[in-house]
Each structure stands twice: as structure tokens, then as C-alpha cells.
Design a protein. Structure first.
Length: 213
């Protein structure tokens, strides 16, 4: 993420706006239902980059026990207020560890758009360690190549922010995931595609033996 303060500051400044826009927007609900159906009853789910907790609420409504993490303190405050039945922590996804426990599934919606290519290995390594054997990972990202100046540079209330937005090729994400024991399971599609957004599902290889480098 490079200068993570740019990302954190941007989402602190816009946390309430995201909450206002997305608590009433069920765009992702059909895919969340499809993902939850892979996991069986009452799954334990980690919402990585949960923002203000709107998708956490939808996952909880599907019967999941939800833990959410995000680097934005203001987003987490809103998430806690709106979802008292879920657990939320301020945490950088690259530092996520087994103190969070083990999960049947992980959702990372619009998270890797803030992860540079060089950090993908760390991210997938953490995801694999957090998933139970045979667990599933759902990733939503924007297809393309590298840093997007247009999507990164934003202005809010007269203040300029660099939220560091990265585009990724599906094959690169699949390659990085496979190196850490996460295999491509499926790709899902919206009924009405939205720009270059893509939706990949991975499964944890229970018999994968990771060797520390």
C-alpha cells in the first residue's frame, strides 16, 4: 500500500458517506448468498477491508458469525455502532494473524485494489493461515495493470487524498494465491457487469505444505 496514511485518511474522511450509500444498497447480496451457500450453516466469516460494516451486516443476516477488520478507525466505529452482533477490529490486512481465530470463509470486497503487486504474497499467505482446511475466499477487484492515477487521486471537502488504487490481472492473482495454497475455485459474474470489476472464488488446499522463505 505504500503510504498507508493516504488510504486510511481517505476512508476516515469518507466513512460516513460510504455507510450512507451502501447500507441501503444490496448490489452484492446475491453473490454473498452464493458464497455463504458454499460454507454450510452458521459459518464463521472474516470481512477483510470491511469499511463501515455494510456487507458484514448482510453476511450476518445470512446466518454467519462475522468478524470485520479495516485500517480506518472511523469506519470501524460506524461498523460497531451499526452491527452490535458482529466483532470488529482496526487492523491492517497484511498484519492479520491467528489471534482472530480460524474461519470457514473470507470475503475481501474492493480490498486488493489498495494492495500493490509486491504485497499480494503476504496477503494470500495470511488468508490461507486464517482459513480452515477447505475454506473459501471471495475476492472482488478491478481488472487491469498496476497503479491507477485517476482512481487514486481524490478530493474530499477541499482536501486531496491518495488512496493508492491498483488494478490486477486475474491470472496474476491466481498465480499469487496458488503459491500459498489457495486454488481458483470459480469466477462469478454480475447479471449486469459493472465496469472492470471481477469476482473470483478460491478454496484453501487442506494438504498444502507451505515452506517459509
Amino acid at each position: 500500500m505504500g503510504d498507508i496514511r493516504g488510504v486510511r485518511d481517505f476512508y476516515n474522511a469518507t466513512a460516513q458517506a460510504w455507510a450512507d450509500d451502501w447500507y441501503g444498497n444490496d448490489l452484492m447480496l446475491p453473490m454473498l448468498k452464493r458464497f455463504a451457500a458454499l460454507l454450510g450453516p452458521a459459518p464463521r466469516l472474516l470481512d477483510v477491508g470491511c469499511g463501515a460494516g455494510y456487507e458484514s451486516r448482510r453476511l450476518a443476516s445470512l446466518g454467519a458469525e462475522v468478524v470485520g477488520i479495516d485500517i480506518s478507525e472511523k469506519s470501524i466505529r460506524i461498523a460497531k455502532e451499526m452491527n452490535p452482533g458482529c466483532h470488529f477490529e482496526v487492523m491492517d490486512c497484511r498484519q492479520a494473524n491467528d489471534t482472530l481465530g480460524a474461519f470457514d470463509g473470507i470475503v475481501a470486497i474492493a480490498l486488493v485494489v489498495h494492495i500493490m503487486d509486491g504485497d499480494l504474497g503476504t496477503l494470500f499467505k495470511n488468508f490461507r493461515k486464517l482459513l480452515k482446511p477447505g475454506g473459501f475466499l471471495f475476492i472482488v477487484f478491478v481488472e487491469g495493470d498496476g497503479f491507477s492515477e485517476e482512481r487514486s487521486q481524490k478530493e474530499v471537502a477541499g482536501e486531496k487524498y491518495n488512496r493508492e488504487f491498483y488494478l490486477h490481472r486475474p491470472e496474476r492473482l491466481i498465480e499469487a494465491a496458488q503459491k500459498h495454497g489457495l486454488s481458483r475455485y470459480d469466477e462469478w459474474f454480475m447479471d449486469e457487469p459493472i465496469g472492470q470489476w471481477r469476482y473470483l472464488v478460491f478454496v484453501q488446499e487442506g494438504d498444502f505444505a507451505y515452506v517459509e522463505q
